[in-house]
Design a protein around this ligand. Sequence first.
Ligand code: C2O
Length: 553
Amino acid sequence: STTRHYKFDIKLQNVTRLCHTKSIVTVNGQFPGPRIVAREGDRLLIKVVNHVPSNISIHWHGIRQLQTGWADGPAYVTQCPIQIGQSYVYNYTIVGQRGTLFWHAHISWLRSTVYGPIVILPKLGVPYPFTKPYKEVPIIFGEWWNSDTEAVISQALQTGGGPNVSDAYTINGLPGPLYNCSAKDTFKLKVKPEKIYLIRLINAVLNDELFFNIANHTLKVVEADAIYVKPFETDTLLIAPGQTTNVLLKTKPNFPNATFFMTARPYFTGLGTFDNSTVAGILEYEHPSKTSHSTLSMKKLPLFRPALPALNDTTFATKFTARLRSLANAKFPAKVPQNVDKHFFFTVGLGTNPCNNQHNQTCQGPNGTMFAASVNNVSFNLPNTALLQSHYFGKSFGVYSSNFPSSPLVPFNYTGTPPNNTMVSNGTELVVLPFNTIVELVMQDTSILGAESHPLHLHGFNFFVVGQGFGNFDQNKDPANFNLVDPIERNTVGVPSGGWVAIRFLADNPGVWFMHCHLEIHTSWGLKMAWLVLDGKLPNQKLHPPPSDLPKC
Ligand code: C2O
């Protein structure tokens, strides 16, 4: 294993899309940001230097950060943000992971422009458990706003309603030919016939799960969230914000000059407005001779445009999700916890807060309220200092409390008629877990303000998705059907719209670990909480001391 050095200069850059030019926050002037490539076992030293007036922090989404919670990145959780003129070196080792992950800003909504792929190759000489690909291609989905994204978030939070929707989805930063004034900004993947391509798909959009497909081609899913899965073929796949999926694409024989659309567009079951437009990229077969040029013929394109499932096709979503299984073979066993130390039951969903009429709020929630979101009815407030520091230096008083409810204080019919009182309470409460606690957590969607799928992301761990279903979770009946053999292992799971999901994980990583909906608007509204995992007795069970350059608040 090696040590790899990267430098991330956070700076403003003028970028033009859809004929609108604006100055955006970037890493090294790139949009999307640079790709991190490493091997399993490598150590990464990434120096982030902030040259912009906005505070910044970077999260390495899906990296386990064993004993190195200081490098995880969520602002006010594991670190204070990096202020203008300051720098911080993220220092961590990739232990027992290989596959596709991504990094993104973890403060305010800066991840709208500050994100990029993480490619972790297997250790030198270790093959993939599938055919060696001819080429590897990351595809990272994002969004583009013609207006300033900070203005979009303050608009959303001040009105108490949904954010202005983005003006386009993007593939590797490019909106593609289905948007106005965008044909020249199209992602093109040039391929040779009869080869196998490994496509590393990453959903980095702020607020939408996406369907994705490539016309006339089948995709073989081989990995999800940097964990190998039992391979299966599909025309279309579903990917939530925070999720990554590796697929093999086998190109067809003899298609000189043929072009095919690859398209992505949301899966959405919630309330309110959203961008239902389609981003397209192009798969283009190379022309055998170099003399004739293979420019895209727009006339030909409609022939090869794939159909995507309907916007609210929960049936497709459910079937697709059910096909995801851990590889679970001798080389890559699924270490599913068979027993549980602690059971938790969390409701996740939307609610309301009183509207205090500051900032000319328009209070779009029911009965003159504003929207809020919560876990077990607690809408999480981030402190002004970082939770991990407060814990480590024994200064939790006034910063957080340790009494996050392990189940709803007042149970109700979660997927039935909503209760009259939709108000949530605010707080900064953590769940404290002794080292190596085996946790089972059932997350139940509530339809208080309409059922909606929530992609829940847990920092610091992978978890096994042992069960899922619709309606209210039934503790007497549902656990009998849990899959404890080959459940998918991941870091972000969709809590189904109007249903529940059950996960298990081993709390073997000391530190403070954020868990939140990866839909940015729901995180802003409070759909987040944190776990505090205590040190174990052995040296390799303790959180490392904080680095000397850890930013101060
Ligand atoms: Cu990718 Cu806390 O997020």
